[in-house]
Design a protein around this ligand. Structure first.
Ligand code: FAD
Length: 338
């Protein structure tokens, strides 16, 4: 298979933060064979890029960027009330959600409008509005970057956690995800309306018996009203994870901030919204140079235009220090820093 490796390529169009760095070498691949050929080019290190919506470039990239454009969506097996769907890693996540809704396949609708590709979805076990990829996940196929061999990963082998997986930890950079298999309902869909404003948005629209399409549309509406569109203002969505802490930490915060929001976790700990912590420290809507914390959602850091990755990273460092000093909680970044 023929692939074309380009040299000294600006990554500006390839990351939603809109950071202008250069890749020494860049290739787009459409097939598994192309992927193997790209890996055999001998250029290293290799960085696989999907939609660039969860990555902050702080410097030029010296190795090879492989833009994963492997695209297909197909039903591979049907059961009584379920269908297994295989999707190429290069497909846009929201295109898969839209395809599923149009084909009356349920399970992805709460994750409507999450930017990026299907191949990156398992890396941080994407999730929104009470549903995570792991809830529909069956398996994935990935290529070993050192050997070119393909292997499949089960749900257990992916070790999914909150915005976390084995691909962010032990196997970071060691595998390129080629396709993902999900299990979707064909009828009697399990609707998840309890999270965030979904129920409220539906009832305001006069929808009492929603289907998966209604939920998808409600989620899109809510997200558009809350999150900045990367086409207009550079960002990567939530910059930090919501911290999970012991009850004692929460009780300490309650002494000075009785209104602190928290969500119980199955293991007895609690999740505290990072956006709230950042807001309490006075960062919400604050601009520092060309970057800042978004006025409508403190958790989102934005590029007002011309920001460098280093500038955004520095702001995130300041926010981490400030939350640490005020609440004794260390925020963890969700975005991958390069
Ligand atoms: C406005 C906005 C809202 C967002 N909302 C959400 C949300 O609600 N929930 C959520 O979970 N995320 C959210 N995100 C983050 C982002 O959309 C997801 O993390 C998404 O999965 C990233 O996909 P991508 O293709 O852009 O990944 P990239 O940014 O291209 O890559 C992210 C990481 O995954 C690796 N990677 C990419 N593709 C592959 C592959 N095929 N194999 C192996 N590794 C790979 C990259 O090397 C990199 O380390 C949001 C982002 C934005 C901009």
């Amino acid at each position: 298979m023929a692939i074309t490796i380009q040299h000294t390529v600006s990554l500006l169009p390839y990351n939603t933060f809109g950071i202008d760095v250069k890749a020494a070498h860049f290739v787009s691949v459409q097939t598994e064979d192309d992927m193997r050929t790209a890996l055999r080019s001998g250029i290293s290190p290799v960085l696989v890029l999907g939609g660039g919506s969860n990555i902050l470039f702080t410097r030029d990239v010296t190795g090879l960027i492989i833009k994963n454009d492997i695209s297909h969506i197909r039903v591979v097996r049907e059961f009584k009330n379920r269908a297994w769907v295989d999707t190429g890693a290069g497909v846009q996540w929201h295109a898969l959600v839209t395809w599923a809704v149009e084909n009356n396949l349920g399970g992805l609708e709460n994750m409507s409008l999450i930017p990026g590709t299907v191949g990156a979805a398992p890396v941080q076990n994407i999730g929104a509005y009470g549903v995570e990829l792991k809830d529909v996940f069956v398996s994935l196929k990935a290529m070993n970057t050192a050997t070119g061999q393909i292997r499949s990963f089960s749900l257990k082998e992916c070790a999914f956690g909150y915005r976390d997986s084995v691909f962010k930890r032990e196997l970071k950079g060691k595998y390129i995800i080629l396709s993902v298999r999900v299990s979707l309902t064909t009828h009697r869909h399990k609707l998840n309306l309890s999270y965030g404003d979904i129920g409220k948005t539906l009832s305001e629209a006069g929808i009492n018996q929603p289907g998966i399409r209604d939920i998808s549309e409600a989620v899109c509406q809510i997200r558009r009203s809350k999150l900045p569109d990367p086409a207009e203002i550079g960002n990567c969505g939530s910059f930090f994870k919501n911290p999970e802490t012991d009850l004692t930490v929460l009780n300490n915060i309650r002494k000075t901030h009785p209104d602190v929001p928290s969500y119980p976790l199955p293991d007895g700990r609690v999740k505290i919204p990072a956006g709230w912590l950042i807001e309490q420290c006075g960062w919400k809507g604050k601009r520092v140079g060309n970057t800042g914390s978004y006025a409508r959602q403190a958790l989102v850091l934005v590029n007002y235009g011309g920001a460098t990755g280093e500038e955004v990273k520095n702001l995130s460092d300041q926010i981490i220090t400030s939350v640490q000093n005020t609440f004794g909680i260390t925020l963890e970044r969700e975005v991958n820093i390069m």
